[in-house]
Design a protein around this ligand. Structure first.
Ligand code: NAD
Ligand code: UDP
Length: 329
């Protein structure tokens, strides 16, 4: 029997690159695809030497062709941080909708199983806490975050339609805030923002009064959950995240302690539609996948801080991701 082949979109990004590593380690042939709009080839450069890895630079919102057999597709291509998707809103809508449609079509043609990366953002600013998969969410379709949230909601709807109508094997993971090495320091998400500020000797910017909550999952735990979900037979959405909840102000204090910085917390306006609370109900992941998060925040933060410390001065001070200009037409 030959090796199974998996196509991973968003392969040069934070989560996609860790998925490539994991599937290589499990003995798969991995095809990575990415247009590098928010990703970086540095994240996967070690894989280019390996025979069972191939990479295609391609925008998946346009027709996707891959020669040969495919067993699995993991669709992770999409800007994921609020400042990224506010800068490239149309591309965000397209990759969640047209991109997902193209990959579902490819999965159908190849008779492959597809797992799509959805998000806790489908719950919007939630009125149910913690969030269960049954909760329909509270999303403002025309607010600034709507481009991401609604693209992901459409992604779930079309994925389920391919499952029920075409009998395609589909999986949907609802990912809650995940962090770890290879996040872009300048991607605007709260963890790289705070650690970057601490390393540059800047004050930490808490948005609003910092009473909003998030629940942060270390990437190794998330990747394990995704791996198990892909190999399960469960087609409905499953929350994967860490259910240890913290306010953003407390989180800033943790980062100050971890980094040993003398900087203070300063307060900036809360962005429009910023969810006030977020914590996954992970009963389904526990029951169906036998999965629980293993890495606690203090351990995960330490590993991530060590990674950010190892970056160059150029990375630390880079304000913009340099490929945006090339892609915004
Ligand atoms: P990321 O920005 O690091 O990675 C996304 C990758 O997708 C990048 O390499 C980017 O270049 C690529 N990409 C974007 N549009 C593309 C297109 N049209 N064609 C080809 N490639 C394209 O973000 P991430 O945190 O790794 O997120 C990966 C996926 O996980 C996304 O779908 C995101 O919505 C989802 N997700 C992530 C989190 C999280 O906390 N990290 C939470 C919820 C959902
Ligand atoms: N946030 C903050 N300071 C920053 C960046 C983000 O206080 O410099 C807040 C943001 O307003 C939100 C939370 O941190 O309440 C998480 O933001 P992030 O962009 O990481 O992800 P979100 O969960 O909002 O998609």
């Amino acid at each position: 029997m030959g090796k199974k082949t998996v196509l991973i979109t968003g392969a040069a990004g934070f989560l996609g690159s860790h998925l490539c590593d994991r599937f290589m380690k499990e003995g798969y042939r991995v095809i990575g695809m990415d247009n590098l709009i928010t990703g970086d080839l540095k994240n996967i450069e070690s894989l280019f030497k390996v025979a069972d890895f191939e990479f295609y630079e391609h925008d998946v919102s346009t027709f996707v062709h891959v020669p040969g057999n495919l067993d699995y597709i993991l669709h992770f291509a999409s800007p994921a941080s609020p400042i990224d998707y506010l800068k490239i809103p149309i591309q965000t809508l397209k990759v969640g909708s047209l991109g997902t449609h193209n990959l579902l079509g490819l999965a159908r043609a190849k008779k492959a199983r597809i797992l799509v990366a959805s998000t806790s953002e489908v719950y919007g600013d939630p009125m149910v806490h913690p969030q269960t998969e049954e909760y329909y969410g509270n999303v403002n379709p025309v607010g600034p975050r709507g481009v991401y949230d609604e693209a992901k909601r459409f992604q779930e709807a079309i994925t389920m339609a391919y499952h029920t109508y075409h009998k395609l094997e589909t999986r949907i993971v609802r990912i809650f805030n995940t962090y770890g090495p290879r996040m872009r320091l300048n991607d605007g998400r709260v963890l790289p923002a705070f650690i970057g500020q601490a390393l540059r000797g800047e004050d930490l910017t808490v948005f609003g009064d910092g009473s909003q909550t998030r629940s942060f999952c270390y990437m190794d735990d998330l990747i394990e959950g995704i791996y198990r979900l892909l190999l399960s037979d469960y087609p409905k959405p499953v929350n994967i995240g860490n259910n240890s909840e913290i306010t953003i102000k407390e989180f800033a204090e943790e980062v100050i302690k971890l980094t040993g910085t003398d900087q203070k917390i300063i307060y900036k306006p809360l962005p429009t539609d910023d969810p006030m609370q977020r914590k996954p109900d992970i009963s389904k992941a526990i029951d169906i996948l036998g999965w629980t998060p293993k890495v606690d925040r203090s351990e995960g933060l330490k590993i991530t801080f060590d990674y950010f410390k190892s970056l160059t001065k150029e990375d630390l001070y880079k304000k913009e991701h340099n490929t945006f200009e090339k892609y915004i037409r």
